[in-house]
Design a protein around this ligand. Structure first.
Ligand code: GLC
Length: 423
């Protein structure tokens, strides 16, 4: 078993760079939490937080009547925002399956919606040219063995067969799927108990190109920092997943005042781009499937910003980015630094720390050339507009083209330089 796992992980690692190319290039994706909980509108954990009895919660399966094909609206907005892929909850912790499954009749075809919502989602993604991800919660508050499986071997056997069967249907019935996004592996405390190896091998046999996240207790392809955009593992992938309001993944109208702004989203993308990471930003559609209103304006502005500043945010950058001003942080590609100026300094800016010759400085979006005065460890740029010229989020990118890969000395105050023995 140990050998089998090692051989599997070695193979996953070997094929990863090729499989992950699109993911690294994509940078930005849309997470969608949609399920029965949207009708409650008080967080996707409502069943648990409010301790709603199963029989009462089940009634939501009958009353859920989404409008026709709302996924087309999500996909349209995702495209507008510059996103390249989608991940939708096929089954969240509540246990309701959004697809046509034979594993349980607690599903969208047998109950209220009377439609295969996963099929509609997949079709919309294909129509709009977005890569397709399936979120699947291992934890299940509805399945009779979902909790007892931790203590009762017969229950564990049944629950693992159920889980395997669900994943197999998702991997078999919808054509090419790009991401398998597991969540919460409660209550079994080892991948052996979940039989994750067998399950993920099956997924990869059916979908050889698939990327699998790290939440089935096997590290697989990429890690998933949640609620913060924190750079993780070099070499592998990482993808920060974020809510739109710091409160809820599922639809929750009262959380709208806390919705993130275009600036907030761009700051997250800045950190992701500078550190080989991705941002998976969530929306929680209304029960009828409508996109929450608070997401539209920020995502539209971000899309326009990305279109105007693509070079600074899309693609592969040297890990770590570079600083040098109080105004922002740079993404670096070879001999070019893209300074994301979040706080506009006015008509000139002084950047400390660089020792490499700067050949050219321009405002990325307008290509306006700036005047350069360079001394050792100090670059002064002038000829800039008084206010930030970026209309979408007030974040203007200054493109610095150096003669070679820039050398940068951290903390280059004159005093420190003397102490470091550098003149
Ligand atoms: C957490 C939550 C869940 C959400 C997920 C997204 O694990 O339990 O509600 O779907 O994060 O990453």
């Amino acid at each position: 078993m140990a050998d089998e796992k090692e051989a599997y992980l070695a193979e996953v690692e070997k094929t990863r760079p090729e499989r992950m190319k699109w993911f690294h290039d994509a940078r930005f994706g849309m997470f969608v939490h949609w399920g029965l909980y949207a009708q409650i509108g008080r967080n996707e954990w409502a069943m648990n937080i409010e301790c709603i009895p199963k029989a009462e919660y089940e009634k939501l399966a009958e009353t859920w009547k989404p409008k026709p094909r709302p996924m087309r609206e999500w996909c349209k907005l995702a495209r507008k925002a510059g996103m390249k892929y989608m991940v939708m909850t096929t089954k969240h912790h509540e246990g309701f399956c959004l697809w046509d499954t034979k594993m349980t009749d607690y599903n969208a075809v047998a109950r209220g919606p009377k439609r295969d919502l996963v099929r509609e989602y997949v079709e919309a993604c294909r129509e709009f040219g977005l890569k397709i991800g399936f979120y699947y919660s291992l934890m299940d508050w509805h399945h009779p063995d979902g909790a007892t499986c931790a203590k009762d071997e017969a229950a564990r056997r049944r629950f693992c067969d159920f889980t395997y069967g669900c994943v197999r249907e998702l991997m078999s019935n919808y054509g090419k799927i790009d991401v398998l996004w597991y969540d919460v592996s409660w209550p079994l405390d080892s991948p052996e108990k979940w039989e994750s190896l067998k399950m993920n091998k099956m997924a990869r046999a059916l979908q050889p190109h698939i990327l699998i996240n790290d939440r089935s207790q096997i590290p697989e392809d990429f890690s998933t920092p949640e609620g913060h955009v924190k750079p993780a593992d070099a070499g592998r992938g990482w993808e920060a997943c974020m809510t739109f309001n710091d409160t809820s993944w599922g639809y929750m109208p009262s959380a709208a005042p806390d919705a993130v702004t275009a600036r907030d989203i761009l700051k997250m993308l800045n950190t992701a781009a500078a550190n080989e990471g991705n941002l998976l930003l969530n929306i929680g559609p209304a029960p009828d499937g409508s996109v929450p209103e608070d997401a539209v304006a920020p995502l539209t502005a971000v899309g326009k910003w990305i279109a105007a500043n693509k070079e600074a945010v899309i693609g592969t950058f040297d890990r770590g980015g570079l600083g040098g001003t109080a105004c922002g942080w740079g993404t670096v590609k070879g001999s070019t630094v893209y300074f994301w100026c979040k706080n506009w300094p006015g008509t000139s800016i002084t950047i400390g720390g660089y020792t490499t010759k700067l050949k050219k400085a321009t405002l990325l979006a307008s290509k306006k050339a700036l005047k350069i005065e360079q001394k050792p460890y100090q670059i002064k740029l002038s000829g800039m507009p008084k206010v930030s010229p970026d209309k979408f989020a007030g974040i203007t990118v200054i493109k610095l083209e150096f003669a070679s890969k820039p050398e940068y000395v951290w903390g280059a105050t004159t005093m420190n330089l003397e102490a470091m023995g550098i003149k």
